[in-house]
Design a protein around this ligand. Structure first.
Ligand code: HEC
Length: 150
C-alpha cells in the first residue's frame, strides 16, 4: 500500500517534470522567433528611413521610425533568456559578455535618439549621416553577437 503510493507520487513527479520541460522548450522557441521578428521590424524601419532619405523631401516622417526603433530595441534586449539558442543566430557571447551585449544595445539606443533629432531638424544631410551612424551600431552588435551565416 505504502510502496504503491510512493511509486505513484514519483511517477506523477516525473510526468510533471516532462511537461514542465516541454513548456520551457516551447517558450524559448517563441522567444527566438519573437526576437527575430523584432529585428525584422527594425530592418523595416531602417528601410523606411532610407526611402525618406532617397526621396530627398521632408525628413519628419523619420521621427516616427526612430521612435519605433527605440521601442523595438527596449523589447529586444529583454528577449534573451539563458539557453535560448535553438534556431537562433545569437552567439554564445551574448550570454558570456552580457554587459558588452547591453552596451551594444545602448549604443544603438543613443543613435536612434540622434536619428530622431536629425529627422526633426528637416536637414537631409544630417538625417543621412545619423542613419549611417545607426547602421554602424547595428553592424557593431552583429559583428560580436550574431553568427554570420546559417
Ligand atoms: C544589441 C545587439 C544588436 C543590435 C543593436 C542590433 N541587432 Fe540585429 N540581431 C542581433 C542578434 C543577436 C540577432 C540574431 C537573433 C537570433 O537569431 O536569435 C540579430 C538579427 C537581426 C536580423 C535577422 C532577423 C531574422 O530574420 O532572423 C536583422 C534583419 C537585424 N538583426 C537587423 C538589425 C538592424 C536593422 C539593427 C539596427 C537598427 C540591429 N539589427 C541592431 C543583435 C543586434
Amino acid at each position: 500500500m505504502r510502496k504503491t503510493l510512493v511509486v505513484a507520487i514519483v511517477g506523477a513527479l516525473a510526468a510533471g517534470g516532462m511537461v514542465g520541460g516541454a513548456t520551457i522548450a516551447f517558450a524559448q522557441a517563441n522567444v527566438v522567433k519573437d526576437r527575430q521578428e523584432n529585428r525584422k521590424q527594425a530592418g523595416a524601419a531602417m528601410r523606411a528611413v532610407k526611402a525618406i532619405i532617397d526621396a530627398k523631401g521632408p525628413t519628419s516622417g523619420a521621427v516616427e521610425q526612430a521612435a519605433k526603433l527605440k521601442t523595438l530595441e527596449m523589447a529586444f534586449i529583454k528577449m534573451f533568456p539563458a539557453g535560448s539558442t535553438a534556431d537562433s543566430k545569437a552567439l554564445p557571447t551574448v550570454w558570456s559578455d552580457w554587459a558588452g551585449f547591453q552596451a551594444a544595445s545602448k549604443a544603438s539606443d543613443a543613435a536612434y535618439d540622434k536619428l530622431a533629432v536629425a529627422a526633426g531638424s528637416g536637414d537631409q544631410a544630417a538625417l543621412a549621416a545619423a542613419f549611417a551612424d545607426v547602421g554602424k551600431t547595428c553592424g557593431a552588435c552583429h559583428d560580436k553577437f550574431r553568427a554570420k551565416s546559417n
